[in-house]
Write a protein that binds this ligand. Sequence first.
Ligand code: NI
Length: 395
Amino acid sequence: MTNASNQFASISDFDDKATELAQTRQHLHAHPELSFAEHETAAFVAERLERWGYEVTRNVGGLGVVGRLSQGSGGRSIAIRADMDALLIEEVPGLPYASRAPGKMHACGHDGHTTMLLGAAEYLARTRHFNGTVNLVFQPAEEAGKGSGAQAMIADGLFERFPCDAIFGLHNHPGAPVGSFLMRAGPLMAASDTVTIKVTGRGGHASRPHLTVDPIVVVANIVMTLQTVVSRNIDPTETAVVTVGTIHGGTAANVIPERAEIAVSVRSFLPRVRDVLEQRIRGVAVSIAQAHGATVDIDYERGYPVVHNTEAETAFATAVVTELVGQDKVSVCPLIPGSEDFSYFLEHKPGCFLRLGNGEDSAILHSPKYDFNDGNLTVGSALWARLAERFLASA
Ligand code: NI
């Protein structure tokens, strides 16, 4: 080894694997499995890792698979995560490798994420240009919400059984050029909370409202006042979203119902903003119900936390992607109001979540027309290989 460009993996090292990687990705695309049901996908991953010489642990937090590979005497260790699950979406037909599972599809590109980590896995096992331990984390049930795959793997002792100094992951990013990276230190993706507000009044005849407590009017007031939660309470240089997604109440025009309810989606990027939102939303619901003589029942469910990238690991990952694809293909990622359960890993370990452009003309995530761009497979495989090699480089 004479210089850095020879020492660490580059995209061209994967050129002769491009066809095989595309076949793998398209196989996974054709056979999507929902959260908590990734049996075939997990077996596919585990079988390959074993073939390449990894120490493989199955059923970590459900159907999670961890492949471990150590080389040399280095004490450092890295974890890299890919998600494996698909979605309950009917794919728009047309692709030769379209979903063969009716009503299910890889509409979020997790087929591509899994394939890129497998690409790196094969390379790292074959070349072994690192000194330390690589932990490849193939996670189920990213899309599951409560009790998702990341939470389940952590609860099953992921970081005790497979210690690591830092963890990295990525998501493809429709709208950005293929092979480009979007990077951001600090908050990247939103915390996502769901609130159900049930208002109980006193039902009666529509013609005699004075004998009732009308929950429809109460809920209508709550919906309008919720519009001020962000605009009047959150610093304008910070951001948050409060969206009332459902409103239900009543069965007939001539009946004042007993109950009405709404469901609210709440997004934020900072823990203290998240706390202010909960406090204000509860306050609005309780006080408006009280003002009208109604009672309220609030179910405030905290979902995925903020994806918060640590400074040092983000700087490191940014250096690696810049070496790999060049400065002109690396940009600052805007805040993303979507959420991602990689956030749970980042609550335990330093790390960085990256975004990889899926093409300017890519359908959006969770669209029935979405397809992961196979032009990214060599880039993503090279990224993970190089990141591991650089993280575990000999002194
Ligand atoms: Ni996704």
